[in-house]
Design a binder for this molecule. Structure first.
Ligand SMILES: [Zn+2]
Length: 193
């Protein structure tokens, strides 16, 4: 018995979903579908696909956000993601590649057989551990804003509750926005949490 490879297909158009589901099933893939980004993230909490086919423009949560969640989660980041770009606009494609997409498919002009080939090639490629850039910024605890932050977040002067090391602010670039944007969290440089 061969183990069938699993594809998570994230696409809001039921018609496109149906076409790809049929074709992928014929090609002996196991197919899970999600109608939007939120459903995709939910599916990923219990499923481990070999590849994700991801539409970018979707309601509720778009594909860029899904990419960001997947590529900044060490457990999910090895899963390759191919994005569906509607027309192949360079800015769409660049944003997706910046966020860690393994490749992209121009929906309007790519034949379904070429999509299947691209899926197979991408899965067989050795997984590249995608390094997502992060910045770690020290906090000036004597600065007024920092003091207020410490109070608002109930921090004991930005020290780690576990090891008492000084916390840093960890910034992860979020290319899903058109302006420079970061997601930020406080991080203990020793405990890494
Ligand atoms: Zn610590």
């Amino acid at each position: 018995m061969t183990i069938r490879q699993k594809v998570l297909l994230v696409e809001d158009s039921k018609a496109v979903q149906q076409i790809y589901r049929n074709k992928l099933t014929l090609e002996h893939f196991q197919v899970i579908t999600a109608d939007n980004g939120m459903e995709a993230i939910k599916a990923l909490s219990s499923e481990r696909p070999d590849i994700i086919l991801l539409d970018l423009m979707m309601p509720v949560m778009d594909g860029y956000k899904v990419l960001q969640v997947v590529k900044t989660d060490p457990k999910l980041s090895p899963i390759p993601v191919l994005v569906f770009s509607a027309k192949g606009q360079p800015e769409e494609v660049e944003k997706a590649l910046n966020l860690g997409a393994a490749g992209y498919i121009v929906k309007a002009t790519t034949k379904i057989n070429d999509v299947i080939d691209q899926i197979k090639t991408t899965i067989s490629r050795k997984p590249v551990v995608q390094e997502v850039t992060r910045y770690e910024v020290g906090i000036r605890t004597d600065a007024y804003d920092a003091k207020r932050l410490a109070e608002d977040f109930k921090f004991g002067n930005f020290t780690c509750p576990a090891c008492a090391a000084e916390m840093v602010l960890s910034l992860i670039p979020d290319f899903s926005h058109d302006t420079p944007w970061f997601s930020a969290k406080f991080l203990c440089p020793k405990c890494r949490v």
